[in-house]
Write a protein that binds this ligand. Structure first.
Ligand code: PA5
Length: 427
């Protein structure tokens, strides 16, 4: 992965000077890495190197599944499902409609939506002939998120109607201290734990992300390898070698200049959920105490024909992070139907056309003085996605320091959860 900042709208000396304030943060992260374990808030950085977690997740995955597996239903919300969904959608999910016969598929259930649930019940009734074809992974750090518990009850109920006791087809991923953990244990349900100080949006390299990824046949070792490589870079005290420190500093300096929106413009449709994962990471980590950048997600080319005009011609309140892969998949366009219209296109690969569009967009942004960073992925692979995710999570630590906010809590999300539980009990 490469981070390009030439057009980010901030002079290098100012970036360097501001970045010097972050050296103690990189030292603190380094200490957390050297100490290992999960006592510190930043200790999610230790997850990619944790061989025990990987071993345990692989063991559970192989004990619980075989070649019969067709559907993995992940029940969770926010930090508890977006990471796995980002990886799955990038590697397989975006093709699920075009490739309906590829199995196993993951179905992510987060919102409590009756249309979705009744259609899911139909699918279970018609498509599942044997319990070995399905696994339910319930993911909740707190163990008491209303949406997750309600959806779990519905799905477990629907399966029990058909097969009787299906508790051995459920795997619960939760905090060891949660009531969900205790009650699942009493019922003999298989458990995977989330380390003590690892909260939802920082948990993708724990069992939270690893189990669905492994069950879907995605290379978890490569995913973790990408994250490990990136961790080493992102603890460097040298800002020009540390993409997380560099990106956080640029986001902060632009924020101070009124660029309060950070649009993540991903030039690959299959990375849309990765953009949404980052939107949640930044939104919940930074948006507090009256502060916050608003993260948005756009897809190239789709949104060039949607919000493109606004971003170029509208208020100058945005810093764009373009995300593009170097990969070329070799599909080429040959013209025959309307050759007069296709000048410049004939014989080009679809990636070549997309590259030209990307260059055209950048030129326009430069002319119109809309600042942007470029995040160039080597390819779209588990390793590159692991790199990107570790980069962005570590970026939050640095950004939180600059904005003086605690990036590890979400008091206002907890407040809505509490209110909801109260209302449901009263009704
Ligand atoms: O990132 C977070 O901490 C949140 O988005 C949580 O993941 C989300 O609220 C779900 O909570 P839980 O995992 O406790 O069910």
């Amino acid at each position: 992965m490469e981070l390009k900042i030439d057009n980010a709208g901030i002079a290098r000396e100012i970036i360097k000077k501001t970045g010097e304030n972050l050296i103690p943060v990189s030292e603190q992260i380094n200490t957390v890495v050297l100490q290992g374990g999960y006592k510190a808030n930043e200790s999610f950085v230790n997850l990619p190197s944790d061989e025990e977690i990987l071993k345990e997740v692989k063991k559970v995955a192989s004990e619980k599944t075989d070649q019969n597996l067709k559907y993995i239903i992940v029940v969770g919300i926010g930090g508890s499902n977006l990471g796995a969904k980002a990886v799955y959608d990038a590697m397989h999910g975006h093709l699920d409609l075009l490739n309906p016969k590829r199995f196993p598929k993951i179905i992510f259930i987060d919102t409590n939506n009756s249309e979705t649930l009744s259609n899911l019940k139909n699918l279970l009734n018609t498509e599942i002939k044997d319990p070995s074809e399905i696994i339910i992974n319930v993911v909740s750090k707190s163990g008491n998120t209303v949406e997750t518990i309600a959806n779990t009850e519905f799905i477990a109920g629907a399966l029990s109607e058909k097969f009787g006791d299906i508790s051995d087809r459920i795997i619960v991923t939760t905090d060891e201290d949660s009531v969900l953990c205790k009650k699942s244990e009493e019922k003999g349900i298989t458990l995977l734990s989330i380390p003590e100080n690892v909260s939802g949006r920082y948990s993708v390299f724990s069992a939270v992300g690893l189990l669905p990824i492994i069950l879907a046949g995605i290379d978890a070792e490569e995913f973790l390898r990408g994250a490990k490589n990136m961790k080493t870079l992102c603890i460097s005290e040298n800002i020009s070698e540390n993409p997380a420190m560099l990106s956080a500093t640029i986001l902060f300096l632009n924020y101070e200049k009124g660029k309060t929106i950070n649009d993540n413009f991903l030039f690959h449709g299959e990375l849309e959920t990765l953009g949404k994962w980052y939107r949640q990471l930044m939104g919940e980590s930074i948006g507090k105490n009256g502060k916050g950048l608003t993260p948005t997600v756009s897809i190239g080319s789709t949104d060039l024909h949607s919000v493109g005009q606004l971003y170029i011609g509208g208020p100058k309140d945005k810093l764009i992070s373009f995300i593009k892969s170097k990969k070329s998949n070799g599909v080429s366009i040959s013209t025959g139907l309307l050759p007069e219209l296709a000048e410049g296109i004939n014989g080009k690969s679809s990636e070549g056309i997309s590259d030209a569009i990307f260059e055209g967009v950048k030129m326009t942004y430069i002319k119109k003085e809309v600042p942007f960073m470029e995040i160039i992925l080597d390819d779209i692979s588990p390793k590159s996605i692991g790199e990107f995710m570790q980069f962005k999570m570590m970026e939050m630590i640095y950004l939180g320091e600059l904005l003086e906010v605690n990036v590890f809590n979400q008091p206002d999300v907890e407040a809505y959860k509490e209110e909801t539980r109260r209302i449901l009990l009263e009704k």
